[in-house]
Ligand binder design. Sequence first.
Ligand SMILES: [Zn+2]
Length: 187
Amino acid sequence: MSASELHGDHPALDLLNTVMTVDGAKVERWTSDGDVLAWLRTVADGADSLPARAPAGLLDAARALREQLRGLVAARKDGAPVDVAALNALLARAPRRLVVMHAEDGALRLVNAYEGAATDALLAPVVEAAAHLLAEEKQDLVKRCENPECTLWFLDKSKSHQRRWCSMGLCGNRHKVASFRKRKAAA
Ligand SMILES: [Zn+2]
C-alpha cells in the first residue's frame, strides 16, 4: 500500500482513509500491528528511523487515534468547536526533541526523537500532522469526497482548487457515468 493509494494528499487525512467504504461495506486497511508500521513507512519522512518490528498494541492505539482525529477533523471542517485540549493531550503524550546523529556517510543529521511509550512515539508524527492540518491549513481545501457514499478525505492541492473526488478512478468516473445516464434518461 503506498500513500498515493490513500488519496488524502496529507498524512492526517491518509490516516482517516485507512478505513473506507466500498459498495456500502467497510474496508479496514489495518488488521495487525505490522500493517500500521508498514503504513507509517509510507507516510513518514524519517522512515529509516522506524523500528524493524511493530510494538505490541500499535494497531489498537492507531485505530483509537484515527477515530479521535476523525472527530476533530470533522468538527473543524463543519465549523463546530474543536476540542483543543484533547488535541494537546495527544501532542503531550510523545513530546518531541531534536537529536543530532552521525549518518553512515560521516555527515551529521538532525532528526526528531519522541519521548513516551513506544506506540505513542511512533504515532506522534501523525498527531503533529493533524495539528498542522487543523491549525494551519485552509479549511476550504480540506474536503470530503463528493460521492455521498464515499467516506474519504483529501487536501485539495490542485491549482484551481476544484478537486471534488478522492480519485477519478474510485468516485469521479462513477459520478460521470451516473450523470450521463441521468441526462440520457431525461432526453
Ligand atoms: Zn470518493
